[in-house]
Design a protein. Sequence first.
Length: 381
Amino acid sequence: MKQVKKVLTLWIATLSLFAIGFVFLEASIPEIPILISLSIQVLLFYFSLFIVINEPTRKHKFIFLNFTLFFVNSFLYIFNYFGFFNLFFDSAFSAVYIFQYLYIFLSTTLAFAIAYLVFDLLFHNFKIYQKYLATAAVVLGVAFFYYHPFLENPQSVGKPYIYTTENIQKYRIIRDTREEFINQYNREPNATEIAALVTLPAISDGEVVGQLYAEANIKQIEKLLPYTKNDGSLVLLYQPFYFKIIYMDVFVILFILLYCGYQYAKDPPQGAYIDKMMYVFLVIFSLDIFHQWAVIKSVEFAGYMELFGIGQYFSAGFFAALVIFFYARLKFIKSVVGEFYEVEIQTNPEKITRWMDGIDKYILKNFTSSKDLKGRLFEQR
């Protein structure tokens, strides 16, 4: 198929250019699992772009245009390894700012793509600009609600928000007290010994409002003392950001579940393979929540990096599963049958039989026997 060959040619050419850049330019080479994941996402970018170009219906062009925008993130992350974004930041904390803004853009664009698809399903009679306005209002509103502390950095202290959180302020006090104890007694202190030397402040909305009671003081010290060892401060530093990522993931999962529920209850006409893509995205977001939670619970930076690497392998595997369905979608819409089907479900959905792919047929053959079930999702309504 010509379109698939073009996609693969562009993908190989792009990866070759980046490989040459990594060899001859001063660039930090990403870890193997990250490199694999980014390479797969570059492939998905080209598949989604060619789907947009070849989509027979205007409605689905915009759905995959949103996915194309999301997969642009793969290029942004690769450019970051070449130090491209350092040109825009003159700060000792440029790496922190770049990490935050790239991830915020990534999670927001993917949430936008998923939410738009759900709004398109629920409000199929709305005009496209109305669906975009509704999606933008919801997604950007939620994204700003969660991420605004990281976007509105406190310039008064000249540091990013993550350096000013309550845990970090208390961590610094415990760290300094621990170092003084080690210098004096030449051994590691326990939480009780630290608590005897220092009382942590009570903080509300970033402001010190008093001191903690003895019981609360020792609990806080027990919680934060492990982070003073083995570069644990780096894990503690980014914990607030990872929590926000989890909240955004839950927000998107709710939209995907709404999609699945509406699809089951109403069985509206839907483009081929789009439902399979949504199921894979459901797994990806669920896995990301588990991954972020595991990272948050780490108290050592080495353990954090190990979990991060393992998570990237799993993410790459499910993004590879997406490649299968994006490839199938592109191949389907370029066929005579596929182009006819996609146009008909937009103009005469009640007169066309539901398209069944190989997965649908396998499920019907091996996991269903009731005729009632065969009227939903997979066959003619």
